[in-house]
Design a binder for this molecule. Structure first.
Ligand code: NAD
Length: 361
């Protein structure tokens, strides 16, 4: 496949354009700006799958009433050390931010907090919330699932059973946090979306057909689709594969149980097959200051990380990196060069904006 060509959009222009799109769909200024900041932030981190490529789908969902503007999380149950919140199908960038703020405030006060969030619109790049917690000096662990979205085949299977169920851990340290943040599927669904829009091709073994053959063709997931326009994961007969063999498949299962079944938001299973896609998230917030000797922790962690990084690289051209380093590097580059978008992605955002009467930059 030929290397895709990219259009580079300056960060400020893109952010203001996406903000104007969500103002036009009826979001208040703060919410529109937050959605734009989050999506552009995912592009800056190099996760184009969770960036502005999502704009047309978010607009579609809002217009269909699947995602609701202006929501505030409802506290369903508050046990002090834990709380269960309901996002009421609000924009994920709004209600997951509120849930994270809730957990941060509790953990700063009492040392630790467990927060369940259910019925959140698409929360996007989970690392964003771990970075929020890290800025507040907190460790955070996030189990996430996507109720109503069954896309991933379990280890040994050729049928969909899991969502792409991301898992994320953030550890704050002087000099910058360590952020591990990934989908438990071999690739995030958004990466299939990006590939279907002419972007980076998928690994050869990312997908599996209904007949059990490995595939990298986005049609395995979306069925046939036009070059520009929304993609429908329900239209394909195949699945994305779980990462990491039986271990990654097991972690995906735990995300479904903790973020879906425990929060009450629902798993990706048949009970939750209600056509309304919503994220669930079980987050643990922990304050190193309360837990033990913070300075000793930081020193031990830093020494250990330096030792890990000093590992002789298998390929001299590619040094060993820590989780979060690729995103940091990409952010530094893209703040200067702008956000690269495929012509198809850019066109689909322009089409969405035109339908809403929003002028392009
Ligand atoms: P990925 O496969 O690119 O893995 C990213 C993780 O691996 C990061 O922690 C990164 O720092 C680390 N990493 C990458 N290269 C590395 C290297 N060479 N050395 C060391 N560490 C390295 O991510 P993904 O699975 O494609 O997920 C992309 C995004 O999608 C994530 O931000 C995730 O939160 C998001 N997501 C969200 C949802 C949702 O429903 N909201 C669902 C799935 C995924």
């Amino acid at each position: 496949m030929a290397e895709p060509s990219y259009i580079h959009i300056p960060v400020g222009e893109l952010q203001s354009f996406v903000t104007r799109i969500f103002l036009a769909t009826g979001c208040a200024q703060k919410e529109a700006a937050r959605i734009a900041e989050h999506l552009v932030g995912a592009n800056l981190a190099g996760h184009d799958s969770h960036g502005v490529v999502r704009v047309p789908r978010y607009v579609e969902w809002q217009q269909a009433g699947y995602v609701v503007a202006g929501r505030t999380v409802e506290v369903v149950n508050d046990g002090g050390g834990f709380a269960l919140l309901d996002g009421g199908f609000g924009f994920g960038q709004t209600v997951a931010e509120q849930a994270t703020e809730f957990g941060i405030a509790r953990a700063i006060e009492q040392g630790a907090a467990i927060v369940g969030l259910r019925n959140a619109g698409h929360i996007g790049r989970v690392g964003d919330y771990a970075e929020m917690a890290a800025r507040a000096g907190l460790i955070s662990i996030h189990f996430v699932n996507v109720a109503g979205s069954v896309l991933v085949a379990p280890f040994g299977g050729a049928e969909r059973r899991f969502s792409t169920a991301p898992f994320c851990v953030g550890v704050p340290l002087p000099g910058g946090p360590v952020i591990l943040d990934f989908a438990t599927s071999l690739v995030a669904e958004g990466k299939v979306l990006v590939a279907s829009n002419g972007g980076k091709p998928l690994p050869e073994d990312a997908l599996i057909t209904a007949e059990g053959a490995l595939s990298s063709d986005p049609r395995t997931l979306y069925g046939d689709y036009p070059p520009v326009g929304p993609r429908n994961p329900a239209a394909g007969t195949g699945a994305i594969r779980a990462f990491g063999g039986h271990k990654g498949s097991g972690l995906a299962l735990m995300c479904e149980l903790l973020a879906g079944a425990l929060t009450g938001g629902g798993t990706s299973g048949p009970v939750a097959a209600r056509g309304r896609i919503a994220n669930g998230m079980l987050s643990v917030f922990l304050s190193p200051r309360h837990f033990g000797d913070e300075a000793a922790f930081q020193q031990a962690a830093r020494e250990y990380l330096d030792w890990v990084k000093s590992c002789r690289p298998a390929n001299p051209e590619e040094p060993v990196l820590l989780p979060g380093e690729p995103e940091k590097r990409r952010r530094q580059e893209r703040l200067v060069s702008g956000v690269p978008l495929t012509p198809e992605t850019w066109q689909s955002i322009l089409d969405t904006a035109a339908r809403l009467g929003v002028e392009a930059p």
